[in-house]
Design a protein around this ligand. Structure first.
Ligand code: MF3
Ligand code: CO
Ligand code: CO
Length: 260
């Protein structure tokens, strides 16, 4: 396993890429409404990333992925392919954005509620967001990847939900997916020790039902095996000498993070 420690120059570029990825979510938010198709959302993000940001949408052609963003609706866990299918009131949808700017990646995703989803759906979305932030809050030099996984898992399971095991967060930089793998379950004190200059994502996938998943025949779309709802939130992080910096923080989150 080779985990890069980013140079100050690389960190500055990671900050730019992270900010751009977050800005795509801010840009697209008003369009996530009943009757929009996920393909229309993809096209709008694509144009913004390419024409406004002068960046590259990392998913497009990544290992053959056909679109510029991932759109995962309801029981889709991750890697949903934008299609000519309309969102409807009551849906929950994850939009996952990864941009490449000056050779560096920024990767972030969030959930949107369309209309007013069920109480269960809204609670799942909220618990998953809090699970991400519980993971983020333990990131500092000397902490371990197991500390992160444990923080996420124990919170999610205490709420009666389950953590998907087959997909995880990842190191990020010049490559979309670098070492290490950042599992969303684990034991305190186990695994890699964090050091300043490391960059990775935390991106828990949480199912309302059992943790098991199934890959659809398109080779990308991951769904819950029991067809229960699933949610995911993702940020890209930098380990700093005294803690962490969330590189993909959005405007709406800034108020909640001291010093950001
Ligand atoms: N953005 C996803 C992640 O968080 C990866 C998507 S791969 C794709 O790691 F090919 F589906 F885009
Ligand atoms: Co990611
Ligand atoms: Co992502």
């Amino acid at each position: 396993m080779s985990v890069h420690i980013k140079t100050p120059e690389a960190i500055e570029r990671m900050r730019v890429a992270g900010r751009l990825a977050a800005e795509v979510l801010d840009m697209i938010a008003p369009y996530v409404q009943p009757d929009v198709t996920t393909e229309e959302l993809d096209l709008r993000c694509h144009e913004h990333i390419v024409k406004v940001q002068g960046s590259i949408p990392a998913p497009l052609n990544y290992r053959g992925f056909p679109k510029s963003i991932c759109t995962s609706v309801n029981h889709v866990v991750c890697h949903g392919i934008p299609a000519n299918k309309r969102l409807k009131k009551g849906d929950i949808v994850n939009l996952d954005i990864t941009v490449i700017k000056d050779g560096y990646h920024g990767d972030t995703s969030m959930m949107f509620c369309v209309g007013e989803p069920s109480i269960l759906a809204r609670r799942l979305v909220k618990v998953t967001r809090e699970a991400l932030w519980r993971g983020i809050s333990v990131v500092r030099p000397g902490a371990t990847l197991g500390d992160i996984g444990h923080a996420v898992q124990q919170f999610v399971e205490a709420q009666g939900y389950s953590v998907v095991r087959e997909y995880c967060g990842h190191g990020i930089g010049r490559e979309f997916h670098e070492d290490p793998q950042v599992l969303h379950y684990g034991k305190p004190g186990e695994g890699l020790v964090l050091r300043p200059g490391m960059c990775f994502t935390i991106e828990p996938m949480v199912n309302a039902g059992k943790r098991f998943i199934k890959l659809l025949p398109d080779g990308w779309t991951v769904v819950t095996k029991d067809r229960s709802l699933s949610a995911q939130w993702e940020h890209t992080l930098l380990v700093t000498p005294d803690g962490h910096e969330v590189l993909t923080l959005r405007a709406d989150e800034r108020a909640a993070v001291p010093g950001a």
